[in-house]
Design a protein around this ligand. Structure first.
Ligand SMILES: Nc1nc2c(ncn2[C@@H]2O[C@H](COP(=O)(O)OP(=O)(O)OP(=O)(O)O)[C@@H](O)[C@H]2O)c(=O)[nH]1
Ligand SMILES: [Mg+2]
Length: 396
């Protein structure tokens, strides 16, 4: 996904990391590399210029936080700024199980609505919810058969009437059908329409008003690039768009342009289509997406792990540490708490620039993991008195 953009951004980072010193000129060069990568990915030039100004400003005007190298600081700033550019927050659909939550999918012809309707139903059913799909496309010949073909292998139920010409009627019947059966999610697939096709846009307005869906999902193909922004805005005027599914992220270098243009309108991309198969579908989490683009591992995952490891220090321990009276037992258990977050080498790969460190660092850390295990074994075999005061070991 976004292979072109990702490769270019990673190359820029590698070039920065290879430099013996990171100074103003190196930062300028790095920012230029990033600009080129984003412009090729069809991100709006003004957005790119704003972003590069902010990166330069943040990196050169303020020193990095204590303990962070300028190199890592630059990469972290780029990570944050790109995350803001591509969407900032994630979107989560809130669902009350058993209520028959209606998601109305709309979009232009060929954007990927029909396959995305099934992808979405499959995504929810993998999470333990019952999801069905209604075919409310009464224009496209074979629309119902197409839905069934996608849905059948995954045992997803489809409601439709291939002979119907009234989209609203079929949509209503479909919702009723699934609600009676206590489904959690009802995805409604509709006909493709263009913002200039008045009659079809009116039909969409009617569907929105009379069907009263819980949420409208707009399906946009990533190859629209920057055009995705105005398109999202045009649909939003007719039916308030709750979330966007950006499809065909696998087949275009313009995904960055589409994501940034949508983010600039304030709309939210919730899912990405990443291939033709029903399982080629993922939630869009901007921070995770950008971390992956930059090859930084999963920063959110790291924060989560830190929380899980619950690095808590009791007040007694804190006092002893301050007095320099920390016992071997306490020292090893502190190290073990850090260790609980995962192997030390894995932890390092979560940090900006972590994967780019020389191999020797990883080898040393592996050894540290080993040492920690050995220390624990030795400690367990020691008496309490020896642990509290290791000097008595020498005396014996
Ligand atoms: N590679 C790739 N192809 C996709 C993706 N999503 C949809 N497609 C393809 O795009 C084409 C159109 O998909 P449909 O789901 O029929 O699109 P639609 O919006 O329902 O089309 P209409 O009903 O005619 O408006 C199909 O060939 C899909 O396989 C995706 O994420 N990646
Ligand atoms: Mg369709």
């Amino acid at each position: 996904m976004e292979k072109g953009l990702s490769a270019k951004l990673r190359d820029a980072i590698k070039r920065l990391l290879r430099r013996p010193i990171v100074d103003e000129a190196a930062v300028a060069e790095f920012v230029k590399d990033i600009q080129k990568a984003l412009i090729v990915a069809d991100v709006d030039v003004k957005l790119v210029l704003d972003l590069s100004n902010r990166i330069r400003e943040r990196v050169l005007k303020k020193p990095p936080p204590p303990g962070v190298s300028l190199r890592d600081h630059v990469i972290y700033v780029v990570y944050e700024e790109l995350t803001n550019l591509l969407g900032k927050d994630r979107y989560r659909i809130s669902i009350s199980p058993g209520r028959g939550h209606v998601l109305l999918l709309v979009g232009i012809q060929g954007s990927g609505k029909t396959v995305s309707a099934v992808k979405l139903a499959r995504w929810f059913s993998k999470r333990g919810l019952r999801a069905g799909v209604v075919c409310a496309d009464t224009y496209r010949p074979g629309a119902y058969q197409q839905l069934v073909q996608y849905a059948k292998p995954y045992h997803i139920e489809v409601y439709g009437d291939p002979t119907a010409s009234d989209a609203l009627r079929v949509a209503k019947e479909g919702v009723e059908f699934f609600r009676k059966r206590k489904y959690d999610i009802i995805v409604v697939d509709t006909a493709g329409r263009h913002k200039k096709e008045d009659a079809l846009m009116q039909e969409m307005r009617l569907l929105y008003k009379k069907l009263n869906p819980d949420c409208v999902g707009l399906v946009i193909s990533a190859d629209m690039g920057q055009q995705a922004g105005p398109l999202a805005a045009a649909f939003h005027q007719i039916a308030p768009v709750g979330f966007i599914i950006l499809t065909k992220m696998d087949g275009t270098a313009k995904g960055g342009g589409a994501l940034s243009a949508i983010a600039a309108t304030g709309a939210r991309v919730a899912f990405l289509g990443t291939g033709e198969k029903v399982d080629d579908f993922e939630e869009f989490v901007p921070s995770r997406f950008v971390a992956r683009l930059l090859g930084l591992g999963d920063l959110e995952g790291l924060l989560e792990r830190v929380k899980q490891a619950q690095l808590q220090v009791t007040s007694r321990e804190a006092r002893r540490m301050l007095r320099g009276k920390i016992t071997l037992e306490e020292l090893v258990s502190r190290l073990e708490q850090v260790r609980r977050m995962g192997p030390l080498t894995k932890l390092l790969s979560y940090l900006p620039g972590g994967m780019m460190l020389p191999d020797e660092v990883f080898k040393e850390l592996d050894k540290l993991d080993e040492k920690l295990k050995r220390w624990r074994a030795i400690l367990n075999s020691m008496t309490r008195a020896a642990k509290e005061n290791p000097r008595i070991l020498n005396a014996s």
